[in-house]
Design a protein around this ligand. Structure first.
Ligand code: SAH
Ligand code: SF4
Ligand code: F3S
Length: 462
């Protein structure tokens, strides 16, 4: 298909799964509007960045990108900033990067078709200015920022999913938790849930299209509140999870992210009852110290967190548990840090994502002095990562000799290995004889023969 002149776009995505999935919806919406997606900035008329603001580094990335390509403005290309930096910085983006024409936060994506039409019209009507200054002065500036208090979710029938076997479904947008360090409540606005009917309709539609794995998404899936009007028809998160797992054709269901405060035992009951719900829970703890947890406004104590872990450990199937940790939060002492290390031992995580505390605009902890030097944060990060690596070496070893079902994700040609993913969300690479080549997207049994800190190696069971 040849591109309509002026209607090609390039979109680069930064940040979490919510952003990745939002981009799939944005792409679908743009394609429906007659745009064509291209894979390079050079081919594109419209260059879009779907941005992340969770740490300062993430925010800097987009301004670096914008700076790298600003010279393309004189070729008639236009620039748009979407996502969390767009919502956070708003019109200030036009000052920091004057060649940007469109700034749109996630709560306004459903207005993208009108905003793009406005952009196109402005371009058709504008006389061609001479010189960069005149060009910048003439540039139309469009914003979609006023919807943070919206009750609506960005639901679209045009989602352009990139993987034909495994796909995301958003069940709740925004976050009302206001953890002291976090920008998300400011960038994605207040919590709003989709109806369970609409989530289930999308799950059924995906199953009809051949999807077998669904990942339910939200900044805080446990605070899901079904807005369905039918009396008695409202589902809790655990009920919704179970219902998605019971959709014919769906073989695996994952969910992210859970907040410990709202994590109910009924989620474990659902995992026990419905075999398609995966053997994995990601439950970010952030710190093992009660003092730091209180300062972070996380709304739970170490003991309450460990109670949730004990529910998981009493599940009928062994569950894999993973977490996020922030080091160097203002006031974190050596003792606090030692408490986090001991929590790692107590829980026995299969993976931990560790971050250095980064002060963020608008957040409550911005008022606290960020007194721990970067070097010390880096040291704590190192210590945690190496401690966790030792834990994982032991945990992964236990799988040697066992037979695990994997979804085949692809092939590493250089290593002549197939790439598989277990229900625990572990990578299990494996060899298969030429006589039984596995299909990408299929489920096969693999016997684990070797373990590493982050993956397993095995052989196809024939
Ligand atoms: N909604 C999820 C994920 C939020 S963002 C949750 O509540 O867990 C993903 C992770 O980024 C967080 O779990 C936290 O560990 C980290 N993070 C968030 N803000 C941060 C900040 N200001 N500095 C460093 N890490 C941060
Ligand atoms: Fe941020 Fe806390 Fe909300 Fe997670 S729960 S998105 S860390 S405010
Ligand atoms: Fe980043 Fe926004 Fe996600 S800040 S982590 S893209 S919600």
């Amino acid at each position: 298909m040849s591109a309509v002149p002026g209607k090609t776009f390039y979109l680069e995505t930064f940040g979490c799964q919510m952003n990745v999935h939002d981009s799939e919806k944005v792409i679908g919406t743009l394609v429906h509007e007659g745009y064509e997606q291209v894979q390079t900035v050079e081919q594109a008329d419209l260059i879009l960045y779907n941005t992340c603001s969770i740490r300062d580094k993430a925010e800097q990335k987009v301004f670096n990108r914008l700076n790298d390509y600003k010279k393309l403005l004189k070729q008639g290309k236009r620039f748009g900033v979407l996502g969390c930096v767009a919502q956070q910085e708003g019109e200030k983006i036009f000052e920091r990067a004057p060649h940007v024409s469109l700034v749109c936060g996630s709560a306004s994506y459903r207005n993208l078709p009108q905003m793009l039409a406005e952009l196109e019209n402005a371009q058709i009507e504008a006389p061609k200015p001479a010189g960069r200054k005149a060009e910048l002065a003439n540039l139309v500036r469009i914003t979609g920022l006023d919807d943070r208090e919206t009750d609506a979710c960005f639901e679209t029938e045009f989602t352009a999913r990139t993987n034909p076997h495994r796909g995301y479904i958003t069940i709740i947008e925004g976050c009302d938790k206001f953890c002291a360090y976090c920008v998300v409540p400011f960038t994605r606005g207040k919590e709003r849930s989709r109806t369970s009917d609409s989530v289930l309709a999308e799950a059924r539609q995906m199953a009809d299209l051949g999807y077998t794995e669904i990942q339910l998404l939200g900044q805080n899936v446990n605070s899901y509140k079904d807005p369905a009007g039918k009396p008695g028809g409202k589902k809790t998160f655990a009920e919704l999870l179970a219902s998605v797992g019971e959709v014919p054709g769906i073989r695996r269901v994952r969910f992210t992210t859970s907040h410990p405060r709202d994590f109910g035992r009924d989620i474990i009951d659902a995992i026990d009852a419905v075999p398609t719900l995966c053997d994995h829970v990601h439950l970010p703890v952030q710190s093992g110290s009660d003092r730091v947890l209180a300062a972070m406004q996380r709304l739970y104590t170490r003991d309450q967190y460990l109670e949730r872990i004990s529910w998981m450990k009493s599940a009928k199937r062994p569950l894999s548990i993973t977490s996020d940790i922030i080091v160097g939060f203002p006031g974190e002492t050596e003792q606090d840090f030692a408490d986090t290390l001991s929590l790692l031992d107590e829980v026995g995580y299969d993976a931990v994502f560790t971050f250095k505390y980064s002060p963020r605009p608008n957040t409550p902890s911005l008022a606290l002095e960020d007194a721990i030097p970067d070097q010390e944060k880096a040291r704590r990060l190192e210590v945690i990562m190496s401690h966790q690596k030792d834990i994982q070496i032991i945990r992964y070893k236990k799988y040697i000799g066992s037979e695990l079902e994997v979804m085949v994700e692809g092939k590493n040609e250089a290593r002549k290995q197939w790439i598989g993913r277990t229900s625990h969300n572990k990578t299990l690479n494996f060899a298969a004889p030429d006589s039984s080549v596995p299909q990408v997207g299929s489920y096969v049994k693999v016997r684990a023969t070797q373990s590493f800190p982050n993956s397993l190696l095995g052989e196809l069971v024939i």
